[in-house]
Design a protein around this ligand. Sequence first.
Ligand code: TYD
Length: 144
Amino acid sequence: MLNFVSDIHNCNVVELSKINNRAGNITVIQNGDQLPFDIKRLYYLYDVPGGSERGGHAHKGLYQLIVAASGCFDVILDDGRNKKIIELNRPNFALMVIPGIWREIVNFSSGAICFVLASEKYSEDDYIRNYDEFLTFKSMDHVD
Ligand code: TYD
């Protein structure tokens, strides 16, 4: 059960550490630092054709941290009442997406890599892929 209000205002961009040196930068994300979950899965989207959209679903219980590891793209967040668009374009900034949020990822630049850290292993049962079902889910009492 969610113990907070599952709305877009709780999905924010966080600045990650950045270790500079003369031959580039290192950004570290590790369990216990900044994350409200332990990482169980990492996946990444790449070779996304121009004009394509990804996402188009919500998760019932999954937390995700989304990073533009290369290039840029826009994440559209929708909690059933409000929407916002977040542009991700730097590898040391990450968007936290909490459960119960419909998301679409659009406007991928050429060569963009969308890195996603997730709180759970893949489970199709955790997905809501139909928008009307999502609205029904949001209207139910999830102490959301
Ligand atoms: P999906 O999450 O719908 O992609 P996106 O949100 O990027 O548009 O996943 C696309 C397909 O990949 C779907 O058939 C499920 C599969 N998949 C896995 O098998 N494991 C995973 O960890 C992920 C993220 C997807």
